[in-house]
Ligand binder design. Structure first.
Ligand SMILES: Cc1cc2nc3c(=O)[nH]c(=O)nc-3n(C[C@H](O)[C@H](O)[C@H](O)COP(=O)(O)OP(=O)(O)OC[C@H]3O[C@@H](n4cnc5c(N)ncnc54)[C@H](O)[C@@H]3O)c2cc1C
Length: 305
């Protein structure tokens, strides 16, 4: 079966692309990596045999442009399995590409097997409480969950740059509001997330120096986002981001199922909550029953010392 990886490098960063390439190598068969970027990328040189579609406008592509660019890289014949890291490119064009080639589109995929001409994919369901196995024939575009697959070893081969030529622009006037706050959550090794228990915007801000000391990214529960303390891009959960860090620290978060489903890929979970019966403790490897504001000065001292 022909398998291809398709990604916009700036959208998702290098790690999810390497994970998709790792899965592709593991599945075997005829493989191809197709990347979109606004200019030649030094990082691509170490990625082996890659076709890099370059166009300056891909710094901020609209769906028309991204779709046309992807079709030019893919050519007339779609692969049997198209792997895309979950992110803005899949959101923009994943379903449209699938429709164009008569393929299925499946998102939140964390396991893939080939079964003859069919592809069997595992995806999360019911907010991560269950898994569903989907058997797709006739081709599939799969959006891969960040952190679900081991990254590829740098393969042999070199990158070929493809000039994409004229690309169409969407007819609508666009205003791009780019919220970069949660950009790094998908690939963060450590995440400190704050919830309503922090009590105020200033309380949430107290997590910032803590996160900085740990080299962590800042996440949030939906309650903290609804309060306006954190940006929607930082929300972890069923209607937010799915994250898979080595360490997830949940501070003042009760542990609602909708939040847990976003953090269930975390390797180690530490929760701080003043209510010993908070459900977050059932999901935590280490639970600290404490008021954050009493704990923080001690932590600060220990970390600074
Ligand atoms: C359709 C739907 C989708 C949703 N999607 C999401 C989602 O994607 N992500 C998400 O997070 N939620 C989501 N929610 C909301 C979810 O159900 C919860 O309401 C939300 O997660 C609660 O946020 P929280 O834990 O910060 O607040 P709370 O539930 O209010 O919990 C605050 C916690 O802080 C503790 N606390 C209070 N003061 C302190 C202190 N000083 N020190 C330490 N601990 C303290 C309390 O004991 C409490 O456990 C969704 C809900 C619905 C219906």
């Amino acid at each position: 079966m022909r398998i291809a990886v398709l990604a916009h490098l700036q959208d998702v960063g290098e790690a999810p692309v390497r994970e998709a390439m790792g899965l592709m190598a593991q599945l075997g068969g005829e493989a191809q990596t197709l990347l979109l970027a606004p200019a030649a990328q030094p990082a691509v040189a170490a990625m082996g045999e890659v076709r890099l579609g370059v166009h300056a406008a891909l710094a901020d592509p609209d769906p028309e442009m991204a779709y046309a660019a992807a079709l030019r890289l893919l050519g007339d014949q779609a692969p049997g399995l198209l792997l895309m890291p979950e992110g803005p490119l899949f959101e923009m064009i994943g379903a449209r590409l699938a429709g164009h080639f008569g393929m299925s589109a499946v998102r939140d995929v964390d396991a893939v097997e080939l079964a003859g001409e069919a592809v069997v994919l595992r995806k999360g369901a019911y907010g991560g409480k269950a898994y569903v196995r989907v058997r797709a024939t006739g081709g599939v575009v799969a959006a891969l969950r960040a952190g679900a697959f081991p990254a590829a070893e740098p393969p042999a081969g070199s990158a070929a740059e493809v000039q994409l030529g004229e690309l169409p622009e969407g007819g609508q006037e666009r205003k791009t509001v780019r919220d970069t706050a949660g950009d790094d959550l998908g690939r963060a090794k450590v995440i400190v997330s704050g919830g309503r228990g922090l009590g105020s915007a200033e309380g949430y801000e107290s997590l910032r120096p803590f996160a900085r000391m740990l080299g962590a990214s800042l996440g949030a529960s939906r309650a903290a986002v609804d309060e306006g303390w954190a940006s929607p891009a930082q929300q972890v959960g069923i209607t937010g981001r799915k994250v898979a860090p080595e360490l997830y620290l949940a501070i003042g978060i009760s542990g609602a199922s909708q939040h847990l489903s976003g953090m269930s890929g975390s390797r180690l979970v530490i929760a701080v909550n003043r209510d010993e019966h908070a459900p977050i403790f059932e999901a935590a490897d280490i639970g600290v029953v404490a008021d954050w504001y009493q704990l923080w000065p001690h932590l600060q001292k220990a970390l600074e010392g």
